[in-house]
Design a protein around this ligand. Structure first.
Ligand SMILES: CC(C)(COP(=O)(O)OP(=O)(O)OC[C@H]1O[C@@H](n2cnc3c(N)ncnc32)[C@H](O)[C@@H]1OP(=O)(O)O)[C@@H](O)C(=O)NCCC(=O)NCCS
Length: 175
């Protein structure tokens, strides 16, 4: 269920925190993501310890390569409610040398299948900054459609305002 062609998804472990901290402090990785205020390694460890386990409302997985087992990113579904059958998706690959290798596309397909088949979702939605062309390309490729455009809702690291797209994928639309 959680294994694709290139990646497998697994729950995060305490020893993954060092990688998460490194990624959160990499401006290139964070370029199109909403960043919290900088956190120390100790703070992120504590936050991780206090984190609730995966549950219907919020599932978070590490993305690791099938070939070597390297942790390369994080993907999750949040704010899911059984009544609405809808959840929001977040993804990022922190290991930049793996960008463009098909891992993100594969991870998206695996978690969407999990959302539709296991969680019985009807819709998976996500937000993406309009300038994030690689992500937009991936989302459209697997079947997401643009539902709307939120004007100047994201402030980039350069201080500029960017629009964001709200995209969605309905059950049966995954390619
Ligand atoms: C966005 C992200 C998840 C994509 O994962 P990935 O493994 O790098 O993507 P893939 O290799 O599966 O696919 C990339 C696709 O985008 C295309 N692409 C790359 N750069 C592009 C660009 N500037 N414009 C258009 N398409 C582009 C590639 O050609 C490829 O398409 P193809 O499979 O049709 O050839 C990953 O790069 C990432 O995590 N980036 C940083 C964080 C981020 O932006 N997260 C998303 C927030 S909404």
């Amino acid at each position: 269920m959680l294994t694709g062609e290139l990646i497998r998804l697994r729950p995060l472990e305490p020893e993954d925190v060092d990688a998460l901290w490194r990624w959160h402090n990499d401006p290139e990785v964070m370029r199109w993501l909403t960043a919290d205020h900088p956190e120390s390694l100790a703070q992120i460890r504590k936050r991780f310890e206090e984190k609730k386990p995966n549950r219907y409302e919020s599932v978070v997985f590490g993305i690791e390569t099938v070939a070597v087992g390297t942790l390369i990113g994080v993907i999750g579904l949040r704010d899911a409610t059984p009544e609405q059958g809808r959840a929001e998706l977040d993804i990022y690959l922190g290991e930049k040398d793996h960008w463009g290798g098909g891992y993100g596309t594969d991870a998206m397909r695996v978690i969407c299948r999990y959302g539709f088949d296991m969680m019985r979702l009807h819709m998976i939605a996500l937000w993406v900054v309009a300038g994030n062309e690689a992500a937009l390309h991936v989302y459209k490729k697997i079947g997401f459609q643009v539902d709307g455009r939120h004007r100047q809702s994201f402030r980039g690291q350069d201080g500029q305002w960017h629009d964001e797209y709200l995209m969605s994928l309905l059950e049966g639309e995954l390619r």
